[in-house]
Design a protein around this ligand. Structure first.
Ligand code: BES
Ligand code: MN
Ligand code: ZN
Length: 476
């Protein structure tokens, strides 16, 4: 799927179809379209689509009318309209399309171009069935986006973000017998080769030498060897890098604190933080901004076994702090804490970790916003702003001493759980004990990384947010 900008009227576009938008106040200059809209009693709500064929005065064969809701169009309605259009296009088998330009409240035309490319391309993602190597079935070859400006950078960025999201979704959707820590290391290596990135993988023995007993305590009950994967993109000399850390638990059975059976298959998605930081790296490597970015992925499988960690075990983290493992199912923080100590060697400008860390964040925020926690309010505000531009929501939760106290242990410097209350926040407090030396934020994506039920599948979130955050930092 290719994109270009076009400065042409909707009537004059010669192709398979033009997408035009209609809102509460729209009266089309084109009399024929306006008549047909009325004749069909089309309601201009976002998500509604009307297909018109062979309309007099139009050079293209079909017109796809998409509702937008209010006369002053809000960004979420625009994305909803594009998604509905994608569904119709998939059935139409159209190859060449034009999309009409629209004004969106609070955003400029470049934003509209970037968002259009991102949403349209992301909509062509298909789950790859195991053993089926057939290519994407999307028929669309080219989309011309109506524009009054002549700068294709935004289109390129939107495509890069969608390509990053596609990688993230693909890795997330793979079953855990395919997507192991070794598989993630290979996927990172392919990315490094394709985009000429620096690549390093630490093996179990390397991690042992560094004193990562906490991380290794999670993987020791599994036959899959653990990996600590790093990729770096250098776009701005020796500037301090932005560092992203992604939780890569390729299957979370809970360990000896075994999870209940219902829905346990979804714990293959417990590596979505890892998939997300790799997706963000892919997007950035394709955009090539003047910035330095490092992504680090601690990856393990969490299994029960005779040699697995047991409740009550005490381990010493790479930082020197000791941890009493009261619940082996709170494993994400045990691998992240050592990765967060490890990343100090990159002398980071900021560190953001991304993790499917707690079921409690789904209870608090549902599937719409990722949980945000930080030790630096300016950083949190920058992430919130980026999330509004990317339409990839976050909601901040507090990191405060009163919560941190819940991690008290009689047998170690801290316990790995703080009890039922505020479980997402105590998980954040746990991580904050390992991030005192730099500006840090944590994104709990347990609710946003994938959907359940008949829509089961990875979402590619929050690749868009992270890429936007990084692009906002270029030249700052
Ligand atoms: N990967 C899970 C969190 C999770 C659970 C994500 C359900 C999405 C859906 C994490 O490792 C975990 O098991 N967390 C525990 C922590 C508890 C033991 C303090 C949880 O949330 O129940
Ligand atoms: Mn767990
Ligand atoms: Zn987990």
């Amino acid at each position: 799927m290719e994109f270009s900008l076009i400065n042409e009227t909707i009537q004059n576009f010669e192709g398979d179809g033009v997408v035009v938008f209609s809102n509460a106040d729209t009266v089309f200059d084109d009399e024929n379209v306006q008549k047909l809209i009325e004749l069909n009693h089309f309601e201009s709500k976002s998500g509604k689509v009307l297909l018109l064929s062979l309309v007099a005065g139009f050079k293209s064969k079909q017109i796809i009318v998409a509702g937008l809701g209010d006369a002053v169009v809000n960004a979420k309605d625009y994305v909803k309209a594009l998604s509905a259009v994608s569904v119709v296009l998939a059935e139409m088998k159209a190859k060449n399309l034009m999309i009409q330009n629209v004004e969106i409240k609070g955003f400029d035309e470049s934003w509209v171009h970037e968002t259009t490319a991102k949403v349209m391309r992301n909509a062509t993602y298909e789950i790859q069935k195991i053993g089926d190597d057939s290519k994407s079935s999307s028929s669309i070859e080219h989309i011309a986006v109506q524009s009054s400006i002549d700068n294709t950078q935004a289109l390129m960025q939107g495509q890069a973000i969608a390509d990053g999201m596609s990688l993230t979704r693909h890795l997330g959707d793979l079953p855990s017998n395919v997507c192991t820590p070794s598989y993630l290391a290979d996927a990172a290596m392919s990315l490094a080769k394709e985009f000429n990135l620096e690549y390093e993988v630490l093996e179990e023995s390397d991690m042992d030498k560094l004193g990562m007993e906490s991380l290794l305590s999670v993987s020791k009950g599994s036959i899959e060897p653990p990996k600590l994967i790093s990729l770096s993109y250098q776009g701005n000399g020796n500037e301090k890098p932005i560092v992203l850390v992604g939780k890569g638990v390729t299957f979370d059975s809970g360990g000896i604190s075994l999870k209940p059976g219902a829905g346990m298959d979804e714990m293959k998605y417990d590596m979505c933080g890892a998939a997300c930081v790799l997706g963000a790296m892919r997007a950035i490597a394709q955009i090539k901004p003047n910035i330095n970015l490092v992504v680090v992925v601690p990856s393990v499988e969490n299994m029960p076994a005779h040699n697995a960690s047991k409740p009550g075990d005490v381990v010493k983290s790479m930082s020197g702090q000791t941890i009493e493992i009261l619940n082996t199912d709170a494993e994400g923080r045990l691998i992240l804490c050592d990765a967060l100590t490890y990343v100090k060697r990159f002398d980071p400008k900021v560190v953001i970790d991304v993790a499917t860390l707690t079921g409690a964040v789904i209870i608090a925020l549902g599937k719409h916003n990722s949980g945000l926690m930080s030790n630096d309010q300016d950083l949190a505000d920058d992430i919130i702003n980026a999330s509004k531009t990317a339409l990839d929501g976050v909601w901040q939760l507090p990191i405060e001493d009163e919560y941190d106290e819940l991690l008290k242990s009689n047998f170690a410097d801290m316990a790995n759980i703080g009890g039922r209350e505020a479980a997402s926040i105590t998980a954040g407090c746990f991580l904050s004990r390992f991030t005192q030396d730099y500006r840090w934020a944590h994104l709990d994506i347990a609710g946003t990384a994938w959907l359940s039920g008949d829509k089961k599948g990875a979402t590619g979130r929050p690749v868009s947010l992270l890429t936007q955050f990084i692009m906002d930092k270029v030249g700052v």
